[in-house]
Design a protein around this ligand. Structure first.
Ligand code: GCB
Length: 592
């Protein structure tokens, strides 16, 4: 799905800013058709942002159900005769959208874009009322999943993942215009052969027009051209995209009528690179690549999961400062701005769906002893799998052209034991491979399913494991944790012979808590635990990556094992370094 952009034939208008907003605790708005008029009793709410922390009131923070946003947009006069589209970069976790009185879109999934053509509903030069109802309920059929309960105190939401269930319009909203005959989609795959690169492309269109494709280098010099909806562009003396070198070409797709008049033009950044798995190596451009970086979150004070360019650039600068070359979009697809930035700066990305918390053993923490099976007709079943398939499709459709994305992660820490897990996951892996045959695929493993009981690893190209020796196991005991970790990683290497990326390891540390001897929650313990892991990684050849959990402290639901959120950040929630940041920087940059 192409992002809205400005070109010689296209214009876009941001709808970001202050919208009006109203919670709907009784779920009355749909029946009362709130979209038909100005939202009564509404307050102002920023877009993009989560609504939860904007108002200092638990009714907002812990709201379960519908919430309504509304704005009025003036359609540029110059758009007469154009095709006009309303696009949401994300609405969490699902939304219905109306333009004036007409429903135009409905979307499930809080982290991927959707859009609706509204040409016939709006008047260039006129104003249109846009109303959105977002809903944050997590059920057996949603990703992530959850359980809703009706209690005397109202509706409550349980979920099995470890980050706060922020909701709202988290990313930009756009109104944009294209010509009626227009480019609908572009897909590129790249290869390298010595110094020559190839870009295989497919361009979709609506309307009859001839296609002309031009590839330009970063200096704007034309390096290859082609005609037609599919083709191969050859780039002699190619400058590959590589980790640390975000070199991008630009593929410009133009549509012309029979007289040669330009109808539409869309420009796509393209990085020419290859990704492959060979034995226990992860290869980028044929070179072994070692992942150094983090599992992250889209999370910040006040705005929650709302995208913010200032925070994004600051996070990338801190990753540069510490020497990270990669990160995982744990545990959902991030804003497209993030992937664009990674493309331009040569940062490598593991791109994950919102499938997190697919393991009901977590219900123990809610005091449940009668644990239901994770996969069944009544828990995670066919409806969840349909949502998950759609999530895989939307992730790949959105992100397949990003050179920074080198690996799809189908899920984080699902229950991966037994035939039910395999039946659930095999079609998801197959779908990812069908949609993107060129990119490695994996899932992130939890310690409960070791190398002998996991039924999914043979479906994957790499082994991704989250390990917490020294924290959830061997807490405070690094001497015991070290051999346990090493034995675990060696068992994976011997049993599966695939590259291993340790996608999570770490310890909570509360800033300012110091201790001379190994003391969990202290800054020193966090640093010493990481050093222990690094010693082990350096001894196990199959380990090709280390992603610390987490880049920064982040919000979670309250729990007695959380101190105002998860404190495994190397940076605090407001991005100040803990002691461990300097330890990690010494390893990754060799610098003080
Ligand atoms: C995990 C999860 C992550 C949690 C982390 C923790 O295994 O993948 O979402 O936040 O552990 O800190 O417990």
């Amino acid at each position: 799905m192409l992002r809205p952009q400005e070109s010689v034939t296209r214009e876009r208008r941001s709808l970001n800013g202050l919208w009006t907003f109203r919670l709907d605790p009784d779920g009355a708005g749909r029946a009362e058709q709130w979209w038909r008029a100005t939202l009564a009793g509404a307050r102002e709410m920023p877009v993009p942002a989560s609504y939860n922390d904007i108002v200092p009131d638990l009714a907002f923070r812990d709201h379960v159900g519908d919430a309504w946003y509304q704005t009025t947009v003036r359609v540029p006069r110059g758009w007469a005769g154009q095709r006009i589209v309303l696009r949401f970069d994300a609405a969490t976790h699902r939304a219905v959208v109306w333009v004036n009185d007409v429903q135009v879109a409905e979307h499930e999934g809080g982290y991927t874009p959707f859009e609706a053509e509204v040409t016939e509903l709006v008047e260039p030069g006129g104003a249109a009322r846009v109303t959105v109802v977002v809903n944050n309920e997590l059920t057996w059929a949603s990703l992530p999943p959850g359980i809703l309960r009706e209690t005397a105190a109202g509706r409550t939401q349980q979920y099995f993942h470890d980050f706060f269930n922020y909701a709202g319009l988290h990313r930009s909203v756009w109104l944009y215009a294209t010509p009626r005959t227009h480019v609908t989609d572009i897909a590129v795959d790249t290869e390298l052969d010595g110094g020559t690169g190839t870009v295989r492309y497919t361009v979709g269109q609506v309307g009859s027009a001839a296609q002309r494709i031009v590839l330009r280098d970063a200096a704007g010099v034309e390096v290859a051209t082609s005609e037609g909806a599919e083709g191969v562009l050859t780039v002699p003396e190619v400058h590959p995209w590589a980790p640390g070198d975000g070199y991008l070409y630009e593929l410009e797709a133009s549509l012309h009528d029979a007289a040669g008049v330009l109808l539409d033009r869309y420009a796509l950044p393209v990085g020419v690179r290859t990704v492959a798995v060979h034995g226990t190596e992860f290869l980028i451009n044929g070179e072994p690549f070692y992942f150094r970086g983090f599992g992250k979150h889209e999370d910040a004070p006040v705005r929650g999961k709302g995208h913010d360019d200032a925070l994004m650039v600051h996070d990338f600068e801190l990753m540069e400062w510490i020497g990270a070359n990669s990160f995982r979009t744990s545990h959902y697809p991030y804003a497209e701005e993030v992937l664009d930035y990674a493309d331009r700066h040569g940062i490598v990305v593991i791109d994950e769906t919102a499938a997190v918390g697919l393991n009901l053993s977590v219900l123990v923490t809610y005091g449940r002893t009668d644990l239901p099976p994770t996969y069944s007709e009544h828990t995670l079943g066919p409806a969840t799998q349909r949502t998950h398939l759609q999530a895989v499709r939307e992730l790949i459709r959105r992100d397949r052209n990003h050179p920074s994305v080198v690996l799809w992660s189908i899920a984080n820490e699902p229950d991966a034991a037994g035939p039910a897990a395999r039946d659930y996951f095999a079609p998801l892996f197959a779908e990812a491979r069908k949609l993107d045959p060129g990119r490695p695929v994996g899932y992130v493993n939890m310690i409960a399913n070791g190398p002998d009981t996991c039924t999914l690893t043979d479906l994957a190209d790499v082994v991704m494991v989250n390990r917490y020796y020294g924290w959830y196991a061997n807490n405070g005991d690094l001497a015991g944790a070290e051999p346990a970790l090493e034995a675990d990683l060696r068992a994976w290497a011997e049993r599966h012979g695939k590259p291993i990326i340790v996608t999570e390891y770490g310890a909570d540390a509360v800033t300012g808590l110091h201790a001379v001897v190994d003391t969990p929650w202290s800054e020193e313990y966090q640093a010493r635990l990481l050093e222990m892991y690094h010693r082990v990684f350096d001894r196990v050849d199959a380990v090709v990556g280390e992603h610390i959990w987490n880049f920064a402290d982040f919000a979670t639901q309250p729990a007695i094992v959380r101190v105002d959120g998860n404190r495994k950040g190397i940076f605090t929630r407001d991005r100040r370094p803990k002691s461990a940041a300097f330890t990690v920087r010494r390893r990754w940059r060799g610098a003080e």
